[in-house]
Ligand binder design. Structure first.
Ligand SMILES: [Zn+2]
Length: 86
């Protein structure tokens, strides 16, 4: 499924990762000749790809679990009932 890029960040080893509008992420490595993306190395190049659409495999239902994403959202703990003690 095509998803727009809304931002970029680097992972722990310095590889660039695109943040997609659906909340998923996708690596956009510059690793020629397999992945030729010299634009990802410059701030201007990355800015140009904001809004560019990538195929999100996760939205397509292909659950690729090659390592859990670093930013796992944890649901907040249930709030305690307000018991106005004396
Ligand atoms: Zn997605």
């Amino acid at each position: 499924m095509k998803r727009k890029i809304v931002g970029f960040h680097q992972d722990e080893v310095g590889d660039w990762v695109a943040d997609l509008e659906c909340g998923h992420t996708q690596h956009v490595r510059h690793d020629p000749p397999l992945s030729d993306r010299p634009w990802v190395l410059t701030p201007e190049g990355r800015r140009r790809f904001i809004g560019f659409q990538l195929d999100c495999k996760i939205c397509d239902g292909e659950d690729i679990r090659a390592g859990a994403p670093p930013g796992q959202s944890v649901p907040p703990p249930p709030s305690l009932p307000k018991d106005s003690g004396r």
